[in-house]
Design a protein around this ligand. Sequence first.
Ligand code: ASP
Length: 344
Amino acid sequence: MFNRRKFIKASALSAGLLALDKTSMADVLPTNPKTAKNFPIVISTWDFGIAANADAWKVLSKGGRALDAVEQGVWVPEADEKNQSVGYGGLPDRDGHVTLDACIMDEFGNCGAVLALEHIKHPISVARKVMEKTPHVMLAGDGALRFALEQGFKKENLLTPASEKAWKEWLKTAKYAPVMNVENKLYEKAAPQKLPGNQYNHDTIGMLAIDDKGNISGACTTSGMAYKLHGRIGDSPIIGAGLYIDNEIGGATSTGVGEEVVRNVGSFLVVELMRQGFTPEAACKEAVMRIIKKKPETAKNIQVGFLAINKNGEYGAYAIQQGFSYAVCNAEKQDLLIKGKSYY
Ligand code: ASP
């Protein structure tokens, strides 16, 4: 941040641009011109990001577009029935419906989203169709399903026996109190039948990629908070909350208790902080601090994590609680898993 400020000051002085405000300076100055090219690259949330990144890398390593990479990357957890927080096999709402939220955003600022979509295994691809085939950004519920079917998507039962069993177990107490930091442990065990019925599971895959041309895209997809009220929407399909891309600056995505991310328009905030010169990690930390400052008592008992990448392919993350991991894949290493820093 210090160097960039100095650079902006020096350049502005020499170009006689002192009268320009920050925005117009950003317009005339290249972004960190001396930084080496760190892309193609793909990063994504949680341990299951490793497998997702591997499929995204198949696209990126062949010179493919970041948008295709993020869509195909997140197909992996969406189709994985052992992953009970994304796509097929996701834990249902309190009425037993698996309702999926997803959004996608490209380098041109185009975006699409589906909210509370049922019966479709790959909500991310429906979100992409909303972006590409309609004048809208978001479709919800029955309308989203009808649109998906019109587009040729197959109607499927997404409630697996394991998730149905966990839900029935939960119904015995039916208490809604998300348990933080259980995500990794539950997934590592990969034994859905062992899920405690009175606990809650929530995770999201948020993926950000930069392709060989330097263009950035992102995808975010989830089944949301397990046992939520029917119709509840989290941050994940909300552009600016669960995901935001600005091709001049970078991208950000989030995971955790979506209500707190929505209240702070988290991913947009992270990107705007990077625009001001924050590193990806510092921007994620500041977004987390907003949540903590506004609701310190709530924040003690919930998890929220942000993940970000800037235009140069530099990345970082920050979470409220320990236990947030993210996966990184580039030409040097395809299966890097990094433990995100945290406030607590
Ligand atoms: N952010 C998701 C939601 O609130 C859940 C998660 O990522 O843990 O629906």
